[in-house]
Design a protein around this ligand. Structure first.
Ligand code: NAD
Ligand code: TYD
Length: 355
C-alpha cells in the first residue's frame, strides 16, 4: 500500500505515546505509523495490544541514541513527519540519576534531528514535532500563568534536560531552517501511566492499603490534563501548527496536591465499596522533594485561539475514568509493578520477522 504519510513516533510504548499511537493508527489508516521505543521500565507494549496487528502500524525496539539505527530507519522508511515523545520523564528519578536524562532527552533529541536532516535537507513540507513540558518554565508563586513568552528557568535535572532539548530544537530552527515545532504541556493523567507518578502511585497504594507519601506540606500546585485530551492536542498541532512555533497545552485545572489526594481518596472509597474516610487515613506527610517547584499553571489561549483546541473532560470525570481503568486492569498494574510486563516483547515480537 502507498501511504499518504509516514510518521515516526518515538516513545510510543510509554504513557502519552501509547495514546498518541492508538489515536493516529485508528484515525489515519492512510498514514503509516512507525513506533520506535527501546522499552525502558516505562515502555510497555501491552499498552498497544489493540493496535499491534493493524496494517498501518510498525514497531521497532531501538534507542534514539543509536545513530546508525536511527539514520538507517530514516533512509529506509523515508519518514516525512516525526512526533518525538521518547524521554526519561520522572523528576524523582532525575534527582537520583541525571545522566540518563541528559543522554536520552538531550543527546537523543539532537541525534534524531541530525538523522532527519540527512534526508530532509530542511525541506519545509516535513515536520519534526518535539513534545515537551511546562516544567521548563520553572516555578510560579500563587498567581500568574506560563505563556509561550515566559523565560525558561528549569529547576530539576528533568526539566533542565527538557529545556536543553527545547533549546536545541530552536537552535536547529534558527540555524538550519529545520522544520520543527514544540509544545509544552502540563501534568498528564489517565490510563497506562507507570505507577511512580502521583495519581497512579496513590491509586496503587490505596488498593494495597499502603501509606500515601505526600511530599512536604502538600501545598504544591499542578495543572492536570487528561492524557487523551493531550493526544488530541498533539493531533491538532501536528496537522495545523506552524513550524518554528511553540504552543502551551494545559487543562485550565489547577489543584493543590493535598486537595487532589483527598478527592482521589473519596473516589477510591466509593469505587472500592469502602466506608467514607478510609483511604484518607493512609495520607502520610513525608520529607519534601529537593528543589520542589511550588506551582505550575498554563495559559493555553494561543492553542485555543489559533488552532481551536481545548480540553474536553472535567477533572472529576477524568479522575473517575482513571480510577476505574486502574481498578479494572489490576493485572496490568500487577505486571508493571512486578516487572513481568517486560516479557511481553519477547513473547509477541522476538522472532516474528525471522524466517
Ligand atoms: P513515559 O516515561 O511514560 O514514556 C517514555 C517512553 O519513551 C517509554 O516508552 C520509554 O521506553 C521510551 N524511551 C525512553 N528512553 C528511550 C530511548 N533512549 N530510546 C527510545 N525510547 C525511549 O513518558 P510520558 O509521560 O509518556 O512522556 C512522554 C513525553 O511527554 C516526554 O517527552 C515528556 O517529557 C513529555 N511530557 C510528559 C508529561 C506528563 O505529565 N507525563 C507532561 C508534559 C510533557
Ligand atoms: P509527579 O506525578 O511526580 O509529577 P511532576 O513532578 O512532574 O509534577 O508529581 C506531581 C506532584 O505530586 C508534585 O508536586 C510532587 C508530588 N508528589 C508527592 O507528593 N508524592 C509522591 O509520591 C509523588 C510521586 C509526587
Amino acid at each position: 500500500m502507498k501511504y499518504k504519510r509516514k510518521i515516526l513516533i518515538t516513545g510510543g510504548a510509554g504513557f502519552i505515546g501509547s495514546h498518541v499511537v492508538r489515536l493516529f493508527v485508528n484515525k489515519y489508516p492512510e498514514y503509516l505509523i512507525f513506533n520506535l521505543d527501546n522499552l525502558t521500565y516505562a515502555g510497555n507494549l501491552e499498552n498497544l495490544q489493540d493496535v499491534e496487528s493493524a496494517d498501518n502500524y510498525r514497531f521497532e525496539k531501538g534507542d534514539i541514541n543509536d545513530l546508525s539505527l536511527v539514520s538507517e530507519l530514516f533512509h529506509q522508511m523515508q519518514f516525512d513527519g516525526v512526533i518525538h515523545l521518547a524521554a526519561e520523564s520522572h523528576v524523582d528519578r532525575s534527582i537520583h540519576n541525571p545522566m540518563a536524562f541528559i543522554h536520552t532527552n538531550i543527546l537523543g533529541t539532537v541525534n534524531l534531528m541530525n538523522a532527519a536532516r540527512e534526508i530532509w535537507n530542511d525541506d519545509l513540507s516535513k515536520r519534526f514535532y518535539h513534545v515537551s513540558t511546562d516544567e521548563v518554565y520553572g516555578s510560579l508563586d500563587e498567581t500568574g500563568f506560563f505563556t509561550e513568552e515566559t523565560p525558561y528557568d528549569p529547576q530539576s535535572p528533568y526539566s533542565a534536560s527538557k529545556a536543553s532539548s527545547d533549546h536545541f530544537v530552536r537552535a536547529y530552527i534558527n540555524t538550519y531552517g529545520f522544520p520543527a515545532l514544540i509544545t509544552n504541556c502540563s501534568n498528564n493523567y489517565g490510563p497506562n501511566q507507570f505507577p511512580e507518578k502521583l495519581i497512579p502511585l496513590f491509586i496503587h497504594n490505596i488498593k494495597h492499603n499502603k501509606p500515601l507519601p505526600v511530599y512536604g506540606d502538600g501545598n504544591y500546585t499542578r495543572d492536570w490534563l487528561y492524557v487523551e485530551d493531550h493526544a488530541l492536542a498533539i493531533d491538532t498541532v501536528f496537522h495545523h501548527g506552524k513550524t518554528g512555533e511553540t504552543y502551551n497545552i494545559g487543562g485550565n485545572n489547577e489543584w493543590k496536591n493535598i486537595d487532589l489526594v483527598r478527592l482521589l481518596c473519596q473516589i477510591m472509597d466509593k469505587e472500592t465499596g469502602m466506608p467514607e474516610n478510609t483511604a484518607n487515613k493512609l495520607i502520610t506527610f513525608v520529607k519534601d522533594r529537593p528543589g520542589h517547584d511550588k506551582r505550575y499553571a498554563i495559559d493555553a489561549s494561543k492553542i485555543k485561539n489559533e488552532l481551536g483546541w481545548q480540553p474536553s473532560l472535567h477533572f472529576e470525570q477524568g479522575l473517575l475514568l482513571t480510577v476505574r481503568w486502574y481498578l479494572n486492569n489490576h493485572e496490568w498494574l500487577q505486571r508493571v509493578t512486578s516487572g513481568e510486563y517486560q516479557q511481553y516483547y519477547d513473547k509477541q515480537y522476538r522472532g516474528r520477522f525471522e524466517s
